[in-house]
Design a binder for this molecule. Structure first.
Ligand code: UD1
Ligand code: CA
Length: 452
């Protein structure tokens, strides 16, 4: 790619009223991260030297999110929503100080790819002064139409409201993503008026103005699915579906088996190694890494978890943030793990809660074991040594340590530390009374007969 600098400007001053939400539209999520974060991450990955976001003055949460994703983001405020050209002019100063390619994107259009941004920069690097990202719309209504001349020259963009009957038949549409050479950009934007049906300053008018100044505008094409804009909850779900399909395809391309891909849900940051098998109905929240050869069985829910090679999780397991599952370890059905390291080859196979804990290599945690990590005020740690054996239905009242190789009898409530290789039993002692049951039955039978 060229040595030219790249400034990305993301428009996000719109309220998104059709979402019917108290949350600004661009803060709604797909794949576990905001629409705005998707766009910001995309432009950073595509090599932006500088990013700016245009927000409305009363949408400071949008600026906060931009800074959380990339602390170097420039935040611009558009005082009144007078149209897309006016929105871009909120960044006037940054543009005037900048020398290179400026690409304008929308915060509500999260599925554009790196490849497409690169193609736009290539067009600017060739001989275009403006490049527009177009797509062939199944239903063009509502979109600006790209009116093309010979030799891929873009003559004009006609907004739907201003289009003639003939222009309305055009299906090649404006995605909203536009690239400019910074040198000519401000002169073009400042020449735009609001003399149109919507009385808005249309960024799209820059095309005809450029032509009148002898500058060259062109368009490139991408699939419609890439430029889906989110305006409603239904479109949010559509975007989620496209995103999930991409993640599933990506995991399989990298060598994971998804037995029924359509039932597996990823987050944008899910990392899946080779020869991982993911069974049906698995949900990955943010922050999950699965290393080579691990198996995630059906109906498991994972977030903030690291699964080492060869480990098995599920079916029906719940891994919460800080779950760190060692090599070849096993986490079985109806087990919840939170903020806990499970050592290599350790087993927590059935119906347990392990939280704020460390479980040593090859330890065995019996069915129904619970770490009682919370006293109503604070959280406490449990440490279980390597090779320890915790009998079923044990309550480990933290803070507590079980030494390496120790045994804990089933049904124990362990409140103090157990030394290595010791046996701890903390439950009622079993008593046997031979013949008691037979005598009891005889007694009760006689009493019942007398009464009748
Ligand atoms: C715009 C394009 C249209 C294109 C369509 C693609 C213009 C004039 N029209 O139309 O050609 O087909 O997008 O979806 O550009 N925004 C601001 N401040 C404003 C106005 C808008 O920040 O004053 C932001 C919005 O938050 C939104 C984006 O710009 O993210 C697009 O604005 P919108 O009003 O939805 O434009 P459309 O009418 O859909
Ligand atoms: Ca729109």
């Amino acid at each position: 790619m060229s040595e030219r600098q790249f400034l990305a400007l993301i428009l996000a001053a719109g309220k998104g009223t059709r979402m019917k939400s108290t949350l600004p539209k661009v803060l709604h999520h797909i794949g576990g991260r905001s629409l705005l974060a998707h766009v910001l991450t995309l432009v950073c990955d595509a090599g932006a030297d500088q990013c700016g976001v245009v927000i409305a003055p009363d949408l400071s949460e949008v600026g906060d999110e931009a800074l959380r994703v990339n602390s170097g983001t420039l935040i611009f405020q558009q005082a009144k929503q007078l149209g897309t050209a006016n929105a871009v002019l909120a960044a006037r100063e940054a543009i005037s100080e900048f020398d290179g390619d400026v690409i304008v994107l929308y915060g509500d259009t999260p599925l554009i790819t790196n490849k497409t941004v690169s193609a736009m920069r290539q067009a600017l690097n060739a001989d275009a002064d403006i490049v527009v990202l177009g797509f062939n719309a199944q239903d063009p209504s509502g979109y600006g139409r790209l009116l093309m001349g010979a030799d891929d020259i873009l003559l004009a963009i006609r907004e739907d409201k201003d289009a003639s009957a003939a222009e309305q038949k055009v299906t090649f549409c404006n995605s909203g993503v536009m690239g400019f050479k910074s040198q000519s950009m401000l002169t073009l934007l400042e020449a735009i008026s609001n003399n149109n049906a919507a009385e808005e300053y249309y960024l799209t008018d820059a095309i005809e103005i450029a032509r009148s100044q002898g500058l060259k505008a062109t368009a490139i094409t991408c699939p419609e699915s890439e430029v889906l804009g989110v305006n409603s909850r239904a479109q949010l779900a559509e975007a989620e579906a496209i995103f999930q399909k991409r993640m599933r395809d990506g995991a399989m391309r990298n060598g994971a088996t998804l037995i029924d891909p359509a039932t597996v849900y990823f987050s944008s940051d899910t990392t899946i190694g080779r020869d991982v098998v993911i069974e049906p109905h698995v949900i990955f929240g943010p922050g999950v890494t699965i290393h080579d050869g691990a198996r995630i069985k059906g109906f498991s829910h994972l977030e903030g978890a690291n699964i080492a090679s060869g480990a098995t999780v599920g079916p029906y397991a719940r891994l919460r943030p800080g779950a760190d599952i060692g090599e070849n370890a096993k986490v079985g059905n109806f087990v919840e793990i939170k903020n806990a390291v499970i050592g290599d080859s350790a087993k927590v196979n059935h119906l347990s809660y392990v939280g704020d804990a460390e479980v040593g290599t090859s330890a065995n945690i019996g069915a129904g074991t619970i770490t009682c990590n919370y006293d109503g005020f604070r959280k406490h740690q449990t440490a279980i040594g390597a090779g320890a054996f915790i009998g079923s239905n044990t309550a480990l009242v933290a803070p507590v340590k079980i030494g390496d190789g120790a045994f804990v009898g089933s049904g124990s409530v362990i409140t103090s530390d157990v030394e290595p290789d010791a046996l701890a039993i903390a439950r009622g002692i079993q008593e046997i009374r031979p013949g008691w049951a037979a005598k009891f039955r005889a007694l009760m039978t006689r009493a019942k007969r007398k009464a009748s």
